[in-house]
Design a protein around this ligand. Structure first.
Ligand SMILES: [Zn+2]
Length: 427
């Protein structure tokens, strides 16, 4: 991790055993400035700060370590890492008193490629910025939607490392370069692109951090019977019907991690609404930043789904919630976080207050929904999961999925035995 002090040294030893299986971590000090990897690392550090800022510490929680490491209660430590392998995913694990939330090196660039395709398509988020110079139907062959080429390449070469020039691109590609490929973006859409990449990275980091701070890596290690390293995102699927229950427990853990990440992202966004709005420079409207976060949070589930489709085997799908549910959950949590923000505002003011006018709120809801729907313009792959189902129907089926999941996992010793390490901060 590039630490030079002695605390860092012993931490490095713990991390070495934790990360050894994945080929080790990239030294943050060696990451090229301006690259997607640099943005990924900086976003991870901010996600760690945000987690600590919004969740009160249990005693002993401190941010006195080098960037990318925090102390948790009971002498535990949580470290971030970017793992030096070209696969698409994140992972949360634990070895002794050291927990790790990590993403793999290819993820930031794949996210940026997909985000670039979204903002370079005049049909996507068309109300933001100037789309007049963008192609109405971008090229790309029928099998691979624009923006998914790299993902397809990586999915196909899962067994073998990618070509050296691909590997190099994954470590050095800059956001400016990715945004400029295949046509230019107006400054507002360029800002939207950068924001979407940040939001998607934020989501994946907070999701992995959630697996640690909600105690999933402990509970799963004890009860699922794996060894000292829990591969929440990497383990082989358990396909026997008798073990459906274990998969349902995993789905429940994934829903918890998604919810944790989405709550923090949207409460941050709603917090921005309460501050004076600046119109200086090519900035996104704060209302549009909410729809941008919806897209950002949808990119990872979408990319994983696409990778599984391309590689022809549906591994994590078994224990991840279905894609349409994850998409619906993004909208549900945004609505919950908005209500929480209005409640907090009302409590502080001593009378009922709304963050937005009714008209503004209607606009946000319409745009969030339209943002998800605009992904269906990219490829039939996306249309399959979100297009045919009406919004009301999605909401109803989503609520039933969640109820069934809770009922089936209520008596699980894993769910019952979770010991979160951080609690929500009192307002
Ligand atoms: Zn997960």
């Amino acid at each position: 991790m590039g630490n030079s002090n002695s605390a860092g040294h012993s931490l490095n030893q713990a991390l070495a055993s934790l990360l050894g299986r994945y080929g080790g971590a990239i030294d943050p000090a060696a990451i090229a400035p301006d690259s997607a990897l640099r943005l990924a690392w900086d976003t991870g550090c901010r996600a760690l700060d945000q987690t600590i800022g919004r969740l009160a510490a249990a005693a002993g929680t401190a941010r006195d370590q080098p960037a990318g490491i925090i102390s948790l209660p009971a002498g535990e430590q949580l470290a971030l890492a970017i793992l030096d392998r070209d696969v698409l995913n994140g992972v949360a694990g634990r070895d002794g008193n050291t927990s790790c939330a990590a993403i793999f090196a290819a993820l930031p660039v794949v996210i940026a490629e997909i985000a670039g395709a979204i903002w370079k398509d005049a049909r996507c988020l068309h109300w933001i910025g100037d789309v007049s110079s963008l192609p109405a139907t971008p090229g790309g062959d029928s099998a691979t939607p624009p923006g998914f080429e790299l993902l397809r390449l990586l999915a196909a070469s899962e067994a073998a490392p990618p070509e050296p020039q691909v590997a190099r691109y994954l470590r050095t590609a800059g956001l400016t370069q990715i945004a400029a490929d295949r046509g230019g973006l107006c400054p507002v859409r360029a800002a939207g692109f950068a924001q979407t990449v940040t939001d998607a990275l934020h989501f994946v980091w907070l999701h992995e951090i959630a697996h640690v701070v909600l105690g999933h890596v402990d509970g799963s290690r004890l009860h699922l019977g794996s060894d000292s390293m829990l591969e929440l995102e990497m383990a082989q699927p358990i396909a026997r019907p008798a073990e459906r229950k274990v998969n349902r427990v995993r789905q429940a853990l994934e829903v918890m991690a998604d919810d944790f990440a989405l709550r923090l992202i949207f409460s941050h966004r709603h917090g921005e609404l309460a501050r004076p709005r600046s119109r200086a420079g090519p900035r996104l409207d704060p209302l549009d930043r909410i729809a941008t976060a919806v897209i950002g949070a949808a990119i990872i589930p979408l990319a994983l789904h696409a990778a599984e489709t391309f590689s022809g085997h549906a591994s994590p799908v078994i224990w991840h919630p279905p894609l349409w549910f994850r998409a619906q959950r993004i909208l549900s949590i945004e609505a919950m976080a908005y209500r929480d923000a209005c409640d907090a505002l009302s409590a502080a003011a001593g009378s009922r207050r709304e963050l937005l006018t009714a008209q503004e709120r209607f606009q946000v809801l319409t745009h969030c929904s339209a943002a998800l729907m605009s992904l269906t313009a990219l490829h039939p792959l996306v249309a399959d999961w979100i297009g045919p189902m009406q919004e009301e129907e999605r909401r109803r089926v989503g609520a039933r999925f969640l109820e069934d999941l809770k009922a089936e996992t209520a008596t699980s010793p894993i769910i019952g035995g979770l010991r979160p390490k951080l609690r929500p901060a009192p307002r």
